[in-house]
Design a protein around this ligand. Structure first.
Ligand code: DOR
Length: 437
């Protein structure tokens, strides 16, 4: 990791920030942690001077830095898979200046002490900003609510039992009521466990062919439907994690049309892969919720494009060979995603499924709104949280170049297009691809 000693200057770069209708070729100057100048010829007299790092923006894009609502950093407890330092390094390499850490650590982040430890550890490390998400229930056991006031005071930006669904309607009702008093969003992992016990992949023709027990999409839809009814009755902020099904998309679209305060996220892998990826029993493609059918993927893409799905979240879920190089039934669900997020999504832009403006919004302003942080933006006076991208640069996803400690990605060995060249958080360079790996 490097630290910018002095000002940063980007010359003749395509700056894209839909939150202010910006898409123009400009110069951008960063001084003392902020964007101080932005416009044609804004770098005149500064670029090339002493102590200034100048970046030639030709063929590059400058975007607000990304915000991830959903990552698993495994610290405390499973640091052999990932720790806060390696997780933050992976985030920075992926263009993220802000990342939320899910609470399914060991022990579960269900107390002020663990939230404080995570925040303190991240501050000590520097780099991307960590925003912990506290558990909804103690031990994520689905029974007793956590002390959400404490969690929020310690720095939690939301609550979730991610990895587990809050199954009991009574507990979910209380959780929404309680979280509302602290204005915390409640993030649901929507899975009716009664319908998914023992499941290995999406239930459909391919699961039948492979002889693997299926996870029917209705198990997601049922929980989303119930929760929307509760959220409406209570008036709470409800957010659905990793939406994967066409049915859930329909429910969310309808709820939003009725003006409910609900939001949702979708992962890069649910947008780009179907259950056909499991045909070779690749455990890297075992995720929860599972990769679904082509009809589901088409619905997710359309819902991201029209804003029914607000944000893109990686669900970066590191696992070691111990949990992945084994029989399919025994493998843990999850794949890493921070470092491949941008190129996968640029693929959707190139194929015409998504506009660049909507993509940038879904990675920056939309997730920031959900967790109520100051959104990265390209504006004079704003905190300099930004990312420099080479959209045409091809690179091969190789284990040795990934910052994450875990390498459980189905994209290993594959060539992708679009590279993060530089990530800046608070005016500090937290990732520089030129430093190599
Ligand atoms: O695939 C997943 N992995 N989904 C989850 O909900 C949990 C996550 C993990 O923690 O590995």
């Amino acid at each position: 990791m490097t630290h910018a000693a002095g000002p940063l200057v980007f010359t003749r770069v395509r700056a894209v920030d839909p939150s202010r209708g910006l898409d123009a070729t400009v110069d951008v100057v960063v001084e003392q942690g902020r964007i101080t100048r932005l416009g044609p010829d804004a770098a005149a007299g500064i670029a090339g001077t002493e102590r200034v790092r100048t970046f030639d923006g030709a063929g590059r894009w400058l975007l607000p830095a990304f915000v991830d609502l959903h990552a698993h950093f495994r610290e405390p407890g499973q640091e052999y898979k990932e720790d806060i330092a390696s997780g933050l390094a992976a985030a920075a390499a992926g263009g993220f200046a802000h990342v939320c850490a899910m609470p399914n650590t060991r022990p579960v982040n269900d107390t002020r002490a663990i939230t404080e430890m995570m925040v303190a550890r991240a501050r000590e490390i520097g780099g991307a900003r960590l925003h912990p998400i506290g558990a909804i229930t103690k031990g994520q056991a689905g029974e007793e609510l956590t002390e959400m006031a404490d969690l929020r005071e310690a720095g939690a930006v939301a609550v979730s039992d991610d990895g587990h669904c809050v199954t009991s309607s009574a507990v979910m009702r209380r959780a929404l009521e309680y979280a509302r008093t602290f204005d915390l969003p409640v993030i649901q992992h929507a899975e009716d466990h009664a319908l998914t016990a023992g499941s290995q992949m999406h239930e459909g023709a391919i699961s039948a062919r492979l002889g693997l027990r299926g996870w029917p999409s209705v198990a997601e839809d049922i929980i989303v439907a119930r929760d929307l009814l509760l959220a409406e009755a209570i008036g709470a902020r409800y957010h659905v994690a990793h939406v994967s099904s066409l049915g859930a998309v329909r429910l969310l679209r309808d709820a939003k049309a009725r003006g409910l305060s609900v939001t949702a996220e979708v992962t890069p892998h649910h947008l780009t892969l179907t259950d056909a990826a499991l045909l070779g029993y690749d455990t890297a493609c075992k995720v929860n919720p599972p990769l679904r059918s082509e009809a589901d993927v088409a619905a997710l893409r359309a819902a991201l494009a029209d804003g029914t799905l607000d944000a893109i979240a990686t669900d970066h879920a590191p696992h070691s060979p111990l949990e992945k190089d084994c029989e399919f039934d025994s493998a843990s669900p999850g794949m890493i995603g921070l470092e491949t997020c941008l190129p996968l999504l640029l693929g959707l832009v190139r194929e015409g499924h998504l506009s660049l403006a909507r993509l940038v919004d879904a990675l920056t302003a939309a997730p920031s709104r959900i967790i109520a942080i100051e959104a990265p933006t390209l504006r004079e006076g704003a905190t300099a949280d930004l990312v420099l991208v080479d959209p045409e640069r091809r690179w091969t996803v190789a284990p040795e170049r990934l910052r994450s400690k875990s390498k459980n990605s189905p994209w290993l060995g594959r060539e992708v297009c679009g590279r993060v060249e530089l990530t800046v958080a608070g005016g500090v360079v937290i990732f520089d691809a030129a430093e190599g790996r």
